[in-house]
Design a protein around this ligand. Structure first.
Ligand SMILES: [Zn+2]
Length: 289
């Protein structure tokens, strides 16, 4: 009996360690130098701007009533975001609303800082709210001012964004869409929340998130039906930020208008998810590599 309960204890400790490891993975992965590397702020199209780092996306939507920011990155990235906003001639203090792609530290760890420094309202998809507000496992936590649901709109000035719940990567992972008026041309912007199955994710028999696989399936259905002109996402790597930025500087048609690239990316990510799902169905309990 003693040995048995001791073994149980060891298993539980192992499990707790594993859970901790998975939960802090975005923090451990801070080593990716592009995450904190400065990148020039620039206009993507219309009133939509890039103010993120060389990989972590932060979008600024400028309106006559102030600005919306999507994502905050890590606290250490906030000075770069401020610098980017100011370099475009906007004011950090004019941030009225802050949104997020999903509740992982690389996108939302600094939302509380930005909220406090600017008095912006924080709006987060329902199922990501507990994570955003949590102070567990080193997360800073931030009070959510408005809880969003699938299909909700966020409006400021003349801009309207739609929150599409695209869960799986997190339970409240959000893909943002908006119509951008680019010199009289209406462009559909899609900012993908994340279609990725991270290392350690369990798709089959996941006790904490039983519907995870179905959520991914539905997410790909949504991503496959959205009208797209501007292909964007939570990481620059999703849509080839650096190469497109260089192309843009060289002139010619806007390289971020890339519906074919979007389709190819979503198809490839969907195939990768389905392959991993099949692998886990054959090896239940085996986490994603
Ligand atoms: Zn993530």
């Amino acid at each position: 009996m003693v040995d048995n309960s001791r073994q149980k204890g060891v298993n539980m400790t192992k499990r707790a360690l594993f859970v901790l490891l998975v939960a802090t993975m975005p923090l451990l992965a801070q080593q990716n130098p592009d995450w904190h590397r400065e990148f020039p702020a620039f206009k993507i199209a219309g009133n939509l701007y890039w103010v993120g780092t060389a990989d972590l996306a932060v979008y600024l939507i400028n309106t006559p009533q102030g600005n919306i920011l999507i994502n905050s990155n890590f606290p250490e990235d906030v000075p770069l975001i401020k610098k980017s906003i100011e370099s475009l001639g906007f004011k950090y203090g004019d941030t009225k609303i802050i949104l997020a792609s999903h509740a992982h530290g690389d996108h939302d760890a600094a939302v509380g800082i930005i909220k406090n420094e600017t008095a912006a309202r924080l709006m987060i998809m329902d199922m990501d709210v507990p994570e955003t507000e949590s102070t567990r496992q080193g997360r800073p936590g931030a009070k959510v001012d408005r809880i969003l649901h699938d299909g909700d709109t966020v409006e400021l000035g003349d801009s309207k964004l739609i929150a599409h719940k695209t869960p799986g990567h997190t339970k409240g992972c959000t893909t943002w869409t908006m119509q951008v008026d680019d010199a009289g041309r209406k462009l559909n912007a899609v900012i993908i929340g994340s279609p990725n199955v991270n290392r350690g994710y369990i798709l089959v028999g996941n006790k904490d998130y039983p519907q995870i696989a179905d959520d991914y399936v539905n997410t790909f259905k949504v991503l496959n039906t959205l009208p797209v002109d501007l292909f964007l996402g939570a990481h620059g790597a999703y849509f080839g930020l650096k190469a497109k930025y260089e192309k843009m500087k060289a002139g010619g048609p806007n390289p971020f208008i890339d519906p074919a690239g979007y389709k190819a990316y979503v198809s490839e990510r969907e195939a990768t998810f389905l392959k991993e799902l099949e692998r886990q169905k054959k090896n239940p309990g085996s986490p994603a590599p």
